[in-house]
Design a protein around this ligand. Structure first.
Ligand SMILES: Nc1ncnc2c1ncn2[C@@H]1O[C@H](COP(=O)(O)OP(=O)(O)OP(=O)(O)O)[C@@H](O)[C@H]1O
Length: 305
């Protein structure tokens, strides 16, 4: 059973198709990223999957239940970490966690046990009695995640989980998300516009203007746009280009930065270039396509624009 499934899922606001017919399946225990620029429709999709917004059309199931027909069943099985802080700043860390468990009907004994385990997992074990306002930004984000796990959800939706955090706090959040998935088999469904965050996921779907434009593992997506680029500077570029074509059968283009060769496996080609070109090789570099290149390829824009 897929943890999340969308079939032609749509949401229209006034005259705007915020989500324009998405087909998607996320497997149980998968770490899945929804990558797209601001306004692409990521939050709208997550809000429909989390039963906060009613779809205009199509269908979606989460943990096996239809989001429109069985929203209560869906809600029991999901956690939703928002970009903004939801925890009550006037309460302590423990009070926030216990309040959440009461709202979800978790028995008191089970809630205390789960709270202790989650505080440990999140690196907040010594902060339980502290007021939320005394926590750093990274600690607050980890508290938000812990809160959403108190009722033991099977699918965790995280909207930009590391937005606004410093690099160290970001790494801590990533590590604990990995542990959650590895140790508890929770499905993680992230929205992000950070390429580094998407790179760490099993599978990425690229969303642009409400439509899915590509989907696959980061490696698969990078492979779809083609080859590695090998750049060369030699003692004689004209001769090097001729010999590369004749002796190695590779296509070469010239430019201000020397010679460029597209190769399926750049690192494998480099030693052959050095030994077979018959000219001195002064510099060589190999670059692989990144998710930024993939995004640019499918949308014609940079993700950062
Ligand atoms: N309640 C609403 N009413 C009208 N339009 C909306 C509403 N919510 C979202 N939109 C529009 O739908 C589109 C998608 O917005 P959405 O917030 O889902 O994008 P996003 O990819 O999550 O962006 P961000 O990363 O900025 O959160 C945008 O054009 C937005 O202006």
């Amino acid at each position: 059973m897929a943890a999340v499934r969308c079939e032609n899922l749509r949401k229209r606001f006034g005259g705007v198709d915020a989500v324009a017919g998405i087909d998607l399946a996320v497997a149980e225990g998968e770490k899945f990223a929804f990558l797209g620029p601001n306004g692409a429709g990521k939050t709208t999709t997550v809000n429909m999957l989390a039963t906060l917004l009613r779809p205009t059309g199509g269908a979606a199931t989460v943990a096996g239940f239809d989001v429109t027909c069985s929203p209560d069943r869906v809600r029991e099985r999901i956690g939703l970490v928002f970009q903004e802080q939801v925890s009550d700043g006037d309460l302590t860390v423990e009070e926030n966690l216990l309040l959440h468990s009461v709202l979800y009907g978790v028995p008191r004994h089970a809630a205390r046990k789960r709270m202790a385990a989650l505080l440990e997992l999140m690196g907040l074990a010594d902060r339980g009695r502290h007021n939320v306002t005394t926590l750093s930004g990274g600690m607050r984000r980890r508290l938000e995640i812990a809160r959403c796990l108190m009722h033991n959800p099977r699918v965790l939706f995280l909207d930009e989980p590391t937005a606004g955090l410093d690099p160290h706090a970001r790494v801590l959040v990533w590590e604990l998300l990995d542990r959650l998935r590895d140790e508890q088999g929770i499905t993680l469904f992230l929205t992000t516009h950070y390429l580094a965050e998407a790179e760490r996921c099993d599978r990425v779907a690229i969303l642009d203007a409400g439509a899915l434009v590509a989907e696959g593992s980061p490696q698969e997506l990078e492979a779809t746009i083609g080859a590695d680029v090998v750049q060369l500077r030699t003692g004689d570029d004209a001769l090097a280009a001729r010999n590369a074509r004749c002796r190695l059968g590779v296509e070469v283009s010239g430019g201000a930065e020397g010679l460029r060769i597209h190769a399926a496996d750049g690192p494998e080609l480099v030693p052959r270039l050095c030994s077979d070109l018959g000219v001195r090789v002064d510099a060589v570099s190999v670059s692989r396509p990144s998710l930024e290149d993939v995004f640019m390829h499918y949308t014609g824009r940079s993700l950062q624009e």
